[in-house]
Design a protein around this ligand. Structure first.
Ligand SMILES: Nc1nc2c(ncn2[C@@H]2O[C@H](COP(=O)(O)OP(=O)(O)OP(=O)(O)O)[C@@H](O)[C@H]2O)c(=O)[nH]1
Ligand SMILES: [Mg+2]
Length: 615
């Protein structure tokens, strides 16, 4: 039957896992050991993590394609991010592949994102290959972890043939794969053989009319927008007319001006490609993820790619601080709007909406990191803007009950901190779902917890566990609203008047709270320079110089030793934000501020609010 023909010369796989379980490192080894790096090429670690933010943070943010050749077969590989906030990346690319390698850390075992990505793969009917990685770790427990994966599959309702999954033990770090843990293979060939044997070749009839769905967008200054997807049937030729079936139901006709396939880390031009192959195309402006390219004589659209909804939103505002326009190249609301809407087209889990105010856009995503990375990316391109405190997106069920996003949280920590951490989570309305490891010194605690309750939790958790705790969480479900959660328990230290900070004044403020700035920093009225040790805001003057006297003082500026201030990254600032505060982001600085800069205005608003409350 033509529709069921499978290609023998290609395999399409994705590598999926919880964050840091070793996906990108495994891709390095596959590329190296199949000769994709030439001998004279310098070996770059985690070579697929190619953008600046990925290299700085050591995490994968965007899913990316590469390919290797092994025993005459081309294996297209998609490396995916493991952090829960980028789950949308995994969802959008799974349709391009026929099998997922589910990687699981041999010591950590399955974690929240393992569950999420496995669920998505199972729903598509895939039979994953389970790769127990990091077996070189001293604390590896490969057999137990394999059992845990099996149990997880059962819990997720895997079909019998999915439960009959092949598995392999690997050390991506040391570059080997072994079918049995006792074996001594010293390269990744056992994994490659397993891929050829167990991954089905891509289906699709090359002689049927063309059909392919866009799964990824890329952009290049020379050729413009590049669309990437897998041909599900037919063939595509350079220069042929094609129909673009838009998501809104309209049809456009275009010509493909550039057609490429993935070869190792490069893309190479080809004149033609057939069903089963993953291709990159240029020449189709405005094409979007999920749209179908088809034969103009058989314009059949594929069903849209389904992506989980965003759970958290934040305002992006034009920068109107007194320092606006000092660093950025793009500062107007038109710039911001244009850039954010462009981002939403490639970043499928992101949603951008207009608000009642032209200077404010509402941006929704899958978590604080998802939104912070968007902010960080466009900031580096020269944009200036401000961000508001993140808010979870609430919904109502059929009966009108309020629902809120609930996260599944997994914590690994020393037993000594258990009591205190349970207490912290109790006040955040978390419910214990599971606990293991009691009596071993280190415990794993699992909770369901409102996403609201996790805003700002990471810092407290790390402080409480002296940096030794490990936490991860993933969206679980929309569940009944669990009631009030006390928000920030500390106020801000707010600047009284513009100036430049001086050591003398900062020193005097140290007893009032934790400072975010050192001396010599330009500040404006209403800017936040620290966290107050109490729950209210305190207006302070960090620029006030010591009165000059003609006595030589023993506390002149250069003898004062300031406690090092707390350096606030963009994510720290977002976590810190109160309801009436903003973070100002420019290419060079990140500053916290009150929405209303003048203390007088804030008082007036506060008074008006309390009056309405009384009446
Ligand atoms: N001991 C050991 N460490 C490993 C192994 N594989 C990867 N690592 C280390 O684990 C860390 C994370 O590796 P990555 O390859 O970036 O993990 P990832 O799954 O791609 O991470 P994300 O893409 O951010 O989800 C790095 O420090 C690697 O060196 C392994 O087999 N053994
Ligand atoms: Mg990675």
């Amino acid at each position: 039957m033509p529709g069921h023909a499978r290609r023998g010369d290609i395999r399409n796989i994705a590598i999926i896992a919880h964050v840091d379980h070793g996906k990108t490192t495994l891709v390095d080894r596959l590329l190296q050991q199949t000769g994709t790096f030439r001998a004279n090429e310098r070996l770059i670690e985690r070579v697929m993590d190619s953008n600046d933010l990925e290299r700085e943070r050591g995490i994968t943010i965007l899913a990316k394609n590469t390919s290797i050749r092994y025993r005459g077969v081309k294996i297209n590989i998609v490396d995916t991010p493991g952090h829960a906030d980028f789950g949308g990346e995994v969802e959008r690319i799974l349709g391009m592949v026929d099998c997922a390698l589910l990687l699981v850390d041999a010591a950590e075992g399955p974690l929240p994102q393992t569950r999420f990505v496995l669920k998505k793969a199972l729903e598509l009917g895939m039979r994953p290959i389970v790769v127990i990685n990091k077996v070189d770790r001293a604390d590896a427990r490969p057999h137990q972890v394999l059992d845990e994966v099996f149990q997880l599959m059962i819990n997720l309702g895997a079909a019998d043939e999915q439960l009959d999954f092949p598995h392999v033990y690997t050390s991506a770090k040391l570059g080997y794969a072994r079918l049995e843990i006792e074996r001594t293979d010293s390269d990744v060939r056992p994994l490659l053989d397993l891929i050829l044997d167990r991954v089905p070749g891509p289906p699709g009839d090359a002689d049927a009319p063309l059909q392919l769905q866009m799964a990824t967008l890329d952009y290049n200054d020379y050729v413009g927008r590049i669309a990437i997807g897998r041909i599900s049937r037919g063939r595509i030729r350079l220069g042929d007319p094609i129909a673009l079936l838009k998501l809104d139901g309209t049809v456009q006709t275009w010509k493909v001006t550039r057609l490429e396939t993935f070869e190792g880390l490069k893309r190479v031009g080809v004149a033609e490609a057939a069903a089963g192959e993953i291709v990159a195309m240029a020449g189709i402006p405005d094409i979007q993820i999920g749209e179908t390219i088809a034969d103009p004589n058989a314009p059949d659209a594929l069903p849209p790619i389904r992506i989980d909804e965003p759970t958290i939103s934040m305002e992006f505002l034009v920068n109107d601080s007194p320092f606006a326009g000092q660093d950025g190249r793009f500062v107007t609301s038109r710039h911001l709007r244009e850039r954010l809407f462009r981002e939403a087209r490639a970043n499928v889990a992101l949603r951008v909406e207009e608000t009642a105010t032209t200077d404010t856009l509402k941006v929704s995503g899958r978590g604080e990191l998802h939104l912070a990375i968007v902010a960080e990316t466009i900031r580096r391109e020269g944009h200036e803007f401000q961000l508001s405190r993140p808010q979870v997106i609430l919904r109502k069920d059929g009966a009108g009950h309020l629902l809120e996003p609930i996260e599944y949280l997994v914590l690994d920590l020393d037993e000594a901190y258990r009591g205190r951490v349970m207490e912290m989570l109790g006040s955040r309305r978390a419910e214990l779902a599971d606990m293991s490891g009691a009596g071993t010194g280190r415990v794993r605690l699992e909770f369901t917890v409102p996403a609201r309750g996790l805003l700002g939790f990471r810092r407290e958790f790390l402080t409480e566990t002296r940096g030794t705790g490990i936490m991860s969480h993933v969206f679980h479900e929309y569940g009944p609203h669990r009631g009030d959660i006390p928000t920030r328990t500390r106020g801000s230290l707010v600047v009284k008047e513009p100036g430049t900070t001086v050591t003398f004044a900062l020193h005097n403020l140290e007893e009032r709270g934790t400072l975010f700035v050192g001396p010599g920093v330009a500040v404006y009225e209403g800017m936040i320079v620290g966290e107050h040790s109490r729950d209210n805001d305190l207006v302070v003057n960090p620029c006030k110089k010591k009165h000059l006297t003609n006595m030589r003082s023993s506390t002149s500026d250069d003898t004062i030793r300031l406690t090092p201030h707390r350096d606030m990254s963009l994510e720290d600032c977002i976590e810190f934000l109160g309801e009436d505060e903003l973070v100002e982001v420019t290419p060079k600085s990140v500053r916290l501020r009150k929405r209303r800069l003048s203390a007088h205005d804030r008082k007036r608003v506060e008074r008006a609010a309390s009056e309405t409350a009384v009446s």
